[in-house]
Each structure stands twice: as C-alpha cells, then as structure tokens.
Design a protein around this ligand. Structure first.
Ligand code: FES
Length: 56
C-alpha cells in the first residue's frame, strides 16, 4: 500500500527503512530516497515508527 504519494513510498518501504535503523521520520524519508514534502503521510510514518521493525 502506498502511504506517501509525494515520495512513492509504500508501507513496506517504510518498514524496511525502520528495519535498517531509521528511528525518526526524516531518516525514513532519507532511507527511501526522498524527503518530507506535504506531510500527509507523517501520521502513518509515525505510527509505523511506533510499531517498530518487529511487526508486519
Ligand atoms: S505524502 Fe508523504 S510527503 Fe506528501
């Protein structure tokens, strides 16, 4: 599922970034080759960060 239209990031991309050590949204975007733009996806990114790499 695409959660960030600006960067074309899926939830899988975000989880992969978290699994690689991203602990803040900016690191998640950077790890996916993008950056925070409109911010619409921020709540979802934060939720995935809270869930951590173990789930999913
Ligand atoms: S949808 Fe992610 S920055 Fe716009």
């Amino acid at each position: 599922m695409v959660i960030c239209l600006c960067n074309g990031m899926s939830d899988g991309d975000v989880r992969a970034a978290i699994a690689q050590g991203a602990s803040r949204p900016a690191e998640v975007y950077a790890c996916c080759g993008g950056r925070a733009q409109c911010g619409c996806c921020a709540p979802t990114v934060l939720q995935l960060l809270r869930e951590g790499p173990a789930k999913g």
